[in-house]
Write a protein that binds this ligand. Structure first.
Ligand SMILES: [Zn+2]
Ligand SMILES: [Zn+2]
Length: 273
């Protein structure tokens, strides 16, 4: 089975543990034939949510590491250069100028934190109403981001559901709880030629809750006519390289997709699965 990974990090991300070459070789061992590096570029500071004007300071390091990696890997694995651009809706001009970087093959659009708030990962749980408002605002910000052109594929829809609890339980971002907003969001993406990803980080052990978004959301995307879809491990270290991709491709096939989307210089094309 051909595995293609369009969400993977290296030491060019603050939370990455291994170089691009190490990640590429570990992925190849797991059967990955094509991968696109998507190191972090978050417009906001991780801990505070305040704007970070230097967020793309790793650009040159990233380019150099990418060139060295392409030169060093065996020819049976194709390596592309992307970016995970976080919070593009928080500073549209900056997002636009970063997205115009000519070396980029692909851009994931993410929201890791709300405007002026820390990353969901570090958010404090302060009661049910607060949790609910975070999720409501997250959905609204995704919709805001979906109208912009600074990305190709929206990353991990439902991300804060991993970290935020309501009534002592993890919140659910599904067609049952957010059907209307999800429909608006997915329609916006489809109309603008953007896609979504199947983020497979939840398939690592210990189990982390399956795909992001959940399968019902992926099904809604398919029903609405969504065609552009990528699969990503979101691995940050070699141990996780390629992990979960097979499950992601199984979901894709179960939904009736015959192709996965790949990108070169931000132009989509389709690979048979
Ligand atoms: Zn992310
Ligand atoms: Zn990521």
């Amino acid at each position: 089975m051909q595995l293609i990974d369009y969400h993977i990090h290296s030491t060019c991300s603050g939370d990455g543990h291994n170089t691009m070459l190490e990640m590429a070789l570990a992925s190849r061992k797991k059967g990955v034939s094509q991968l696109c590096f998507t190191d972090h570029c978050d417009l906001d500071e991780f801990m505070t949510g305040t704007p970070d004007p230097d967020c793309f300071c790793k650009r040159e390091t990233m380019l150099e590491m990418y060139r060295q990696t392409v030169a060093a890997v065996p020819s049976d694995i194709k390596i592309l250069l992307g970016l995970e651009l976080g919070e593009g809706n928080h500073d549209r001009e900056q997002a636009k100028s970063i997205a115009a970087s000519e070396e980029l093959d692909f851009i994931l659009g993410s929201i890791h934190n709300l405007k002026g708030k820390p990353d969901f990962y570090g958010s404090e749980y302060r009661g049910d109403d607060y949790s609910q408002s975070i999720i409501d605002n997250y959905m609204d910000e995704l919709i805001e981001l979906s109208l912009l052109d600074c990305f190709d594929v929206m990353a991990h829809i439902g991300y804060p559901s991993r970290y935020i609890k309501k009534g002592g339980k993890k919140v659910e971002i599904s067609t049952r709880t957010y059907g209307e907003k999800l429909t608006v969001l997915l329609k916006n993406l489809i109309e603008r030629g953007k896609g979504i990803e199947i983020n497979c980080s939840g398939f690592r052990t210990p189990p982390g809750g399956g795909s992001l978004p959940s399968v019902d959301v992926l099904r809604l995307y398919k029903e609405l006519g969504g065609e552009i879809i990528t699969v990503g491990s979101d691995a940050h270290k070699v141990d996780n390289a390629g992990v979960g991709l097979a499950e992601g491709f199984d979901i894709l096939r179960d939904l009736g997709y015959k192709y996965v989307t790949v990108f070169e210089k931000r132009k989509p094309s389709f690979e048979k699965i």
